[in-house]
Design a protein around this ligand. Structure first.
Ligand SMILES: NC(=O)c1ccc[n+]([C@@H]2O[C@H](COP(=O)([O-])OP(=O)(O)OC[C@H]3O[C@@H](n4cnc5c(N)ncnc54)[C@H](O)[C@@H]3O)[C@@H](O)[C@H]2O)c1
Length: 278
């Protein structure tokens, strides 16, 4: 995508956090925006702020995803950029109830599949389309304390990779946004591991939106607002055993009663872990 000026954009989960920041930033660039969110009040508020259209509803169901794309085409004429951004941060491990695993699967993965199903016929006819998948660094690495989130974000990344490989030569651009901590309600609600990331390395949603606007222009697949994630990912690929050892130590730090998430303690843990992954 060379310019956002005049572009027709859809953002799921656009009523809060990263989605709302994308809506504001894209609007400032001249985009026309449809704001989806499960929270109808939030969708309406952000849509009004960016002079766009609210399309409240569940972006993860077959009917919800199809209706969203249909409504967006009615408002915009065509969807130039679809941001599959809505996500849920389900906590726990295998003991988490199936309903939590299912919710994470539906919202973090199937919403993307169903959006692509609705978008691709029109995009392939036009010979162009742009799909931005909000994944997470957890899709490249892991999120301690949240197995459903880690597993489904890996799934979202795998789907984005597949889409990119399959359709790049037919005019479809796919990008995967993989931030670490971002100061949004989701991170604040994400328990101890999440709070551990809420130190000075956490970005604001606005900083993430700036990184996205910069990356939209060059079309690179991975968008890493925290550049250090590239190093962690490379270290994991180069030596998975060593990377797992580092993660085990971080989990042990989290399990230690009284070990806090103060910046000093967190820096030490991160530094050791980073050294371990090199
Ligand atoms: N905050 C972080 O640290 C962080 C880091 C990496 C990736 N992410 C990802 O960024 C995305 C946005 O998260 P955020 O941090 O802005 O959280 P947020 O909680 O501020 O916003 C998420 C929004 O998605 C909406 N939503 C949830 N399920 C929906 C559904 N089925 N249909 C439509 N809307 C739905 C919620 O109502 C909410 O308004 C998520 O995919 C999340 O996994 C967040």
């Amino acid at each position: 995508m060379t310019t956002l000026a005049g572009a027709g954009v859809v953002i799921t989960g656009g009523g809060s956090g990263i989605g709302a920041a994308l809506a504001r930033r894209f609007a400032a660039e001249g985009a026309r925006i449809v704001v989806n969110d499960l929270d109808a009040t939030a969708a309406a508020r952000i849509a009004a702020e960016v002079d766009g259209w609210a399309a409240p509803g569940d972006a993860s169901t077959p009917d919800g995803a199809a209706a969203l794309v249909g409504t967006a085409v009615d408002h915009l004429g065509a969807v130039d950029l679809f941001c599959a951004n809505a996500g849920v941060g389900t906590a726990g491990g295998p003991e988490a109830p199936d309903s939590d695993w299912d919710l994470a699967w539906q919202v973090n993965v199937m919403a993307h599949v169903r959006a692509a199903r609705a978008l691709l016929p029109g995009w392939l006819d036009r010979g162009r389309g742009h799909f931005l998948s909000t994944v997470s660094a957890a899709g490249l690495l892991t999120m301690l304390g949240s197995a459903p989130y880690s597993v489904t974000k890996h799934g979202a990344l795998a789907f984005a990779e597949w889409l990119a490989a399959t359709y790049a030569d037919r005019g479809i651009t796919v990008q995967a946004l993989c931030p670490q901590g971002v100061r949004t309600p989701m991170l604040e609600a994400s328990g101890r591991a999440g709070r551990l990331m809420l130190d000075e390395t956490a970005l604001t949603p606005e900083q993430v939106a700036d990184a996205v606007v910069e990356a939209l222009a060059d079309g690179r697949f991975l968008i890493l607002p925290h550049p250090e994630v590239a190093g962690y990912h490379a270290a994991k690929a180069a030596d998975p055993e060593r990377w797992l050892t580092a993660m085990r130590r971080l989990q042990s730090h989290l399990d230690t009663p009284g070990s806090g998430s103060t910046p000093a303690r967190r820096d030490r843990a991160t530094h050791d872990d980073t050294e371990e992954t090199r």
